[in-house]
Design a binder for this molecule. Structure first.
Ligand SMILES: [Zn+2]
Length: 140
């Protein structure tokens, strides 16, 4: 692991903050990698690196075939905000593949932790949504 941006042309950005050295002997240097991008200083440098190395990465990770999500696993909970709608109609248990859209309560849509955090938009994950569908007799 290096502390420097992994895009070899990072100094070519010629940003003011990349200048080092004394008069008559100045040069641009790579930025340090950022906490967010980990190996690069920026999204731009990551994109340059990715263009050069995507085939190497894909061959190392391996290719996968088409993935499918079957009908019985297609449940999800969604929070919808619509000012025209009553506030009790905001949480939906949905499975579009089954043509089901069921209004549920906030208590059903959120975990006790999410209710405690008081973020209306956060909801249970898809596995929990499937369990809820079974509990409500919509799935088996
Ligand atoms: Zn960079």
């Amino acid at each position: 692991m290096s502390e420097w941006c992994q895009n070899k042309s990072c100094p070519s950005k010629k940003n003011q903050n990349q200048i080092r050295g004394s008069k008559g002997n100045k040069y641009y240097q790579s930025n340090k990698s950022s906490g967010y991008y980990k190996y690069w200083c920026s999204m731009g440098c990551r994109d340059v690196w990715w263009q050069d190395h995507k085939d190497t990465c894909m061959n190392a990770v391996g290719f996968i075939d088409k993935q499918v999500l079957p009908l019985d696993d297609a449940w999800y909970v969604e929070y919808t905000y619509d000012w025209r709608e009553e506030s009790h109609n905001r949480y939906h248990l949905r499975n579009k593949l089954k043509g089901i859209d069921r209004v549920i309560t906030k208590q059903q849509a959120q975990t006790p932790e999410q209710i405690a955090e008081d973020h209306n938009w956060s909801t249970i994950d898809d596995t929990q949504a499937k369990e809820l569908a079974i509990t409500l007799g919509l799935a088996s």
